[in-house]
Design a protein around this ligand. Structure first.
Ligand SMILES: Cc1ncc(COP(=O)(O)O)c(C=O)c1O
Length: 422
């Protein structure tokens, strides 16, 4: 029995059945390629769902892990170590915010941000301000799987099996300024947005909507929280996607590519929001450990040394232009959108979305489909134009084959219809 088969059988017996995995056993990775047990290389345009910013086996990451693991992997947050302040310095400078709390995952960062907003509203109330405890989140949002995060996540299938979820979240229609105004009041302690929605289908906020959220929050002292877990750390060509809008939130959340594949999340917030938190109110055993911090520092330094923000913009623009060119030939593509290396192709059917992902995989290219019909590309930041060309050729071929099959099926149905009339 193959090693993959053995693992599949063992997992089926031993794991909670949360995942519907593709039948591939990856054993290593190099540059932008994943390598399976037979030594076959797969071009990875998903990077572990937006995590492996520097691809695989990057010397900066390998070196940081080797060096730090020889010194200190974990201390707990009862003691100081060398990494947190150094990393926080880099994050505050790059986000435009003031203070950092380190967590382990995106969901945990969101949980902390929601708690921070409730605590901040409590502080304002104690100072005599009128402000409630409600959260506004957006339709099509995704903020994670823990209770607070999933309560602010729009898709019913993620929330409903676990009800009742955390109360006090209301969803606003994406980019509907009138709906935002109607639902906002001094009952709201925070507005939670993704500057560019990820799981929701790579949908950016409009400038008008984002600016209105900022203005409404300012009017009462509510916090504007920008979840940059998928769009942040340089993926869109800026450190945070909100920087494309010229809007500064009170709080941002980071995770995914932050430590290049080692789990690490962060809440970064303003001095004003940080007033609400005192020692003992919030914490974590693992968050911001020496290993994860050392790797995150190495990742940020490498992004700057190799000019990867400009590179993500340049290769991302090339990717979008190539996708727009093939969209002209395929009616099944109804939209191409994105920013930097956060790229989407919206198709006209969910079945086609599934088919394209499977066909790309057969051609050894990893992508995924989100929101049923949106092909999502979140490649490593080190992607080159030649990799884009490979992906475009494959996608063009798959859609051409599909168009031909579709045309043949339509003409067969038509001729059957004609013969019935005769
Ligand atoms: C925007 C956004 N927020 C939060 C999360 C949750 O992060 P994690 O899976 O690390 O808990 C995700 C994960 O996909 C995300 O895309």
């Amino acid at each position: 029995m193959s090693k993959l088969k053995q693992i599949q059988e063992a997992e089926a017996r031993l794991l909670l059945s949360t995942y519907d995995r593709n039948p591939i056993l990856f054993v290593s990775g190099e540059d932008v390629y994943l390598i399976n047990e037979q030594g076959e290389r797969y071009l990875d345009l998903l990077s572990g769902i937006g995590v492996n910013a520097l691809g695989y086996s990057h010397p900066a990451i390998v070196e940081a892990i080797a060096t730090q693991s020889r010194k200190l992997i974990h201390t707990s947050n009862l003691f100081y170590h060398e990494g947190q302040a150094e990393l926080a310095q880099r994050l505050t400078e790059r986000t435009g915010l003031d203070r950092v709390f380190f967590a382990n995952t995106g969901s945990e960062a969101i949980e902390g941000a929601l708690k921070l907003a409730r605590a901040h509203a409590g502080l304002l109330r104690s100072e005599g301000k009128q402000i409630g405890t409600k959260f506004l989140a957006l339709e099509h949002s995704f903020h994670g799987r823990t209770f607070g995060a999933v309560s602010a996540t729009h898709k019913a299938k993620y929330r409903e099996p676990f009800g009742p979820v955390v109360p006090g979240v209301e969803f606003v229609r994406l980019n509907d300024v009138a709906d935002l105004r109607a639902k906002f009041s001094d009952e709201v302690c925070a507005i939670l947005v993704e500057s560019i929605q990820g799981e929701g289908g790579i949908r950016p906020l409009t400038q008008e909507f984002f600016a209105e959220a900022r203005a409404l929050a300012n009017s009462t002292g509510a916090l504007l929280i920008a979840d940059e877990i998928q769009s942040g750390m340089g993926r869109t060509g800026k450190w945070c996607a909100y920087q494309h809008f010229g809007i500064l939130p009170d709080v941002t959340t980071l995770a995914k590519p932050l430590a290049g594949g080692v789990p690490l999340g962060a809440i970064v917030c303003s001095e004003e929001a940080a007033r609400a938190i005192h020692a003992g109110m919030h914490g974590t055993t693992f968050g911001g450990g020496p290993l994860a911090c050392a790797v995150a520092i190495a990742v940020i330094d490498e992004i700057e040394k190799s000019n990867l923000l400009a590179h993500a913009t340049e290769v991302g623009n090339y990717f979008l232009a190539q996708l727009r060119a093939i969209a002209l030939r395929h009616n099944s593509i109804i939209d191409v959108r994105g920013k930097g290396l956060m790229v989407a192709v919206e198709l006209d059917s969910a079945d086609l979305g599934k088919l394209v992902v499977a066909e790309m995989l057969k051609r050894h290219i990893v992508i995924n489909c989100t929101s049923d019909t949106v092909l999502r590309f979140l490649p490593p930041f080190i992607l080159q134009r030649t990799h884009v060309d490979t992906a475009i050729r494959a996608l063009d071929e798959i859609l051409t084959n599909h168009d031909a099959a579709h045309a043949a099926a339509t003409s067969e149905a038509k001729s059957m219809g004609d013969s019935i009339h005769v």
